[in-house]
Design a protein around this ligand. Sequence first.
Ligand code: SAM
Length: 242
Amino acid sequence: MSSSSIMSRSRRILKEKGIRGLLVKMWLRADRARLKLLERYYTAQFHKIYYNKPDTVQGVHWFGTKVQKLPSDLWMYQEIIHETNPDVIVETGTADGGSAMFFASLFDLRKRGEIVTIDILPCKASHPRVTKLIGSSTDPSIVEKVKKMADGKKALVILDSDHGMAHVLKEMESYAALVPIGGYMVVEDTNINGHPVDPLFGPGPMEAVREFLKGRNDFVADLRRERLLLTMHPGGWLKRVR
Ligand SMILES: C[S@@+](CC[C@H](N)C(=O)[O-])C[C@H]1O[C@@H](n2cnc3c(N)ncnc32)[C@H](O)[C@@H]1O
């Protein structure tokens, strides 16, 4: 707001509400700015407390299968699925299969959709909607297989495997084209390497996202997906806009 419009607004409030009204308005305005700063500070501090407590991130289960995700991030996936209506989820990094089972349960509720999940290691969990591929997510034969399976379908891409920058960047380049306009590619764990946790990790998902976005304008970080404040993927909820 320009200084002249602040002045004319203040004059109007002074006329309508008197000096007390103007002072209260000014105090509320300053308080909003103060709370915004506190929000940033306390969210980062709580993020560190949550992340470093052994039974938080590592203690989440979906009907008994371990899920390495924050419950509020799982909730955000539910909102994305409802809003963007993907046919298929392409997930890199299966681990115990908890996230794939969670997505399969959501797809059961809407009675359609499939999940393709990729890991270098096998996983015991299974579900009729889930196809497990064993191999590296950036291996050209795996990428080709996934592209065939997702051909003609709207994909939600979730990258949660090797978190080194080079690997994540390669995954983004391999799978971005599967995402329709309006859809999402979520780069997980952008919080590591000091954003704000695990400061010694080295270049990881956040750095891969920055590099990826430098050269293109088809994806943007959708900050609305961070509105629940705590997310393991700050700046990583990438929406395809063109
Ligand atoms: C963070 S865990 C995945 C967690 C899972 N998505 C969840 O939310 O419960 C990362 C997984 O990536 C796998 N991984 C590591 N390097 C990989 C690669 N190059 N390709 C595919 N998976 C890989 C690991 O074996 C591990 O199981």
